[in-house]
Design a binder for this molecule. Sequence first.
Ligand SMILES: NC(=O)c1ccc[n+]([C@@H]2O[C@H](COP(=O)([O-])OP(=O)(O)OC[C@H]3O[C@@H](n4cnc5c(N)ncnc54)[C@H](OP(=O)(O)O)[C@@H]3O)[C@@H](O)[C@H]2O)c1
Length: 214
Amino acid sequence: MRCLVFGATGYTGRHVVSQLVQRGHTVFAHTRSPSQTFLPGVQVVQCAWSDDAIRTCVQEAAPDVIFLLLGTTQKRMRAEHASYETVDVGLTRMAAQAASTLEQKPRLILLSALGASEKSMSAYSKSRAHMEEAVRASGCPWCLVRASFITGPDRQEYRPLERGAAVVFTGLLRGVSALGGKAFAERYRPRTGAEWAEVLVHAAEEKRSGVVTV
Ligand SMILES: NC(=O)c1ccc[n+]([C@@H]2O[C@H](COP(=O)([O-])OP(=O)(O)OC[C@H]3O[C@@H](n4cnc5c(N)ncnc54)[C@H](OP(=O)(O)O)[C@@H]3O)[C@@H](O)[C@H]2O)c1
């Protein structure tokens, strides 16, 4: 497959890029920064987030699959004067709209989150619903992977709240498992970037459509 990865510099994105390369796919890794480096064999696409530049990037890569793995955090929002709506939703929508201009429509694989809902009180969960809607509206085939926690010791950025919440959640799932909900607990357990990358890459290879929760 020819694969274009947006969010290639992120925790999950880097694992997706390396697993795709290992599995023999052609990989285009998008980055906004010239200082980012990737594995040998990866075609680095460095361009700004503007409609024209992203459309050109998508048209030149002519991918079979586009991975949408973008996201900001509360800390980054403060530093970059951004929001979930401008980054997670806005950039995902820009990439999805660029994909929709291709004659041969690529499959869009979005990394979303459990609890994505327009009705949610949480800005984060609401924005996941908006990201999902942007993908659905593209006219391309799509697959939405709703992840629980994405956390692991190999995440370069220190995120104590995420780690702490994942530990508490894992404890709750242990209780669920002990009460007979083993399958439920396994399904929703926090996973590392590499584990989620495996789910995303398999979804692409198997041409999965619809909502995937593992
Ligand atoms: N953490 C969790 O437990 C969890 C659970 C479920 C779903 N998710 C979602 O899954 C997705 C991927 O998560 P992750 O932890 O792998 O992501 P991550 O490590 O935080 O990486 C985020 C990616 O988004 C890009 N990005 C961030 N701010 C940007 C901006 N202002 N402009 C352009 N690009 C920007 C980053 O590029 P740069 O390197 O250039 O900054 C990076 O490639 C996110 O949408 C996240 O919300 C996370």
